[in-house]
Structures are given as C-alpha cells and as structure tokens.
Design a protein around this ligand. Structure first.
Ligand code: FE2
Ligand code: FE2
Length: 162
C-alpha cells in the first residue's frame, strides 16, 4: 500500500509537471512526463490489485462510500480549520472545493449501492465533472445549472465522462 500510494502520487505529480513543461515550451519533455505518468498509474493499479483490494462492486462501493464519508466528515473539516487558522486562503479554497465534491460522490455512490445490491446497474445518464473544482454531475448538459454550484465556473468548462 505504500508502493500504491507512492505510484499514485507520482502519476499526478508528473501530470502537473507535464502541464508546466508544455506551458513553458518543453513539448518533448512534457511527453516524457506524461509517458512516465501513464506507467506509474499502471504500477499503482498493479500494486492495488495485487494487494487484494478490488472486490465485487457492492463491496467496492461500500469502501468508496466510507472513504468519501471520512473525507468530508473528518479529514477536510480538520484541514479546513488548519488552513483558516493559518490564514492560507489557497489551501482553504482547495480543501473547501474537495470537501463539497466528496459529499456529491458520497451521494452518487450511495445511490449506486442501493441498485447494485439488487444486481442492477444505474439508469444510463450523462456524467460531467467541473474541470476547476471536480464537482460531479449526472444528467444532460443542457439541464445542468449554468454555473458550477461549488466554484461558480461556467458549465462549458465541464468535462464529459464516458
Ligand atoms: Fe470524492
Ligand atoms: Fe466547479
């Protein structure tokens, strides 16, 4: 699990470095970062599966629900308190966005669990993620509110999930 955590973090770190390299005109170096990021993601998944952490979907949903619940009831509230005490506005915003979105994930997973328990899939719907704060929505794009309820970004910045 230490290897899983390390590889998972390396994946996101390299993608952030790739974005910076690309912005600064190092296009091939950006590609090296992206290639390594894909490889680290494969390593992370291999370690996670090898550790026996992928169960059936009902069990996986229960695990996901408990992770999200911990984040918005304990982890992020504590981090938010610290960020506010330290007067760190950027950290406060980053934690606030994540905290709000984990509540959305908790709800989505809870609905999914209720149908998965009876061996059913959820009804087919489009899914969208705000590219700025990660807010997660289900439904047709035209039916979503114009502005992200978490970070107030316009909905044309949402990413469609397949
Ligand atoms: Fe989440
Ligand atoms: Fe957002």
């Amino acid at each position: 699990m230490t290897a899983f955590a390390g590889e998972s973090q390396a994946n996101r770190k390299y993608l952030a470095y790739a974005e910076k390299a690309e912005k600064d005109g190092f296009l091939q170096i950006a590609k090296v970062f992206r290639a390594a990021a894909v490889a680290e993601s494969i390593h992370a998944q291999n370690h996670f599966r090898t550790g026996g952490h992928v169960n059936n979907t009902v069990e996986n949903l229960i695990d996901a629900i408990s992770g999200e619940h911990y984040e918005f009831t304990s982890m992020y509230p504590d981090f938010l308190t610290m960020a506010i005490q330290e007067g760190n506005k950027k950290a406060e915003k980053s934690f606030h966005w994540a905290n709000e979105v984990e509540k959305m994930h908790h709800r989505l997973y809870t609905e999914a669990l209720s149908v998965a328990k009876s061996e059913k899939d959820l009804e087919e719907k489009e899914m969208w993620v705000c590219s700025i704060c990660g807010a997660t929505f289900e439904g047709n794009h035209e039916d979503l509110e114009e502005i992200c309820p978490v970070c107030q970004t316009k909905k044309d910045k949402y990413i469609k999930i397949d």
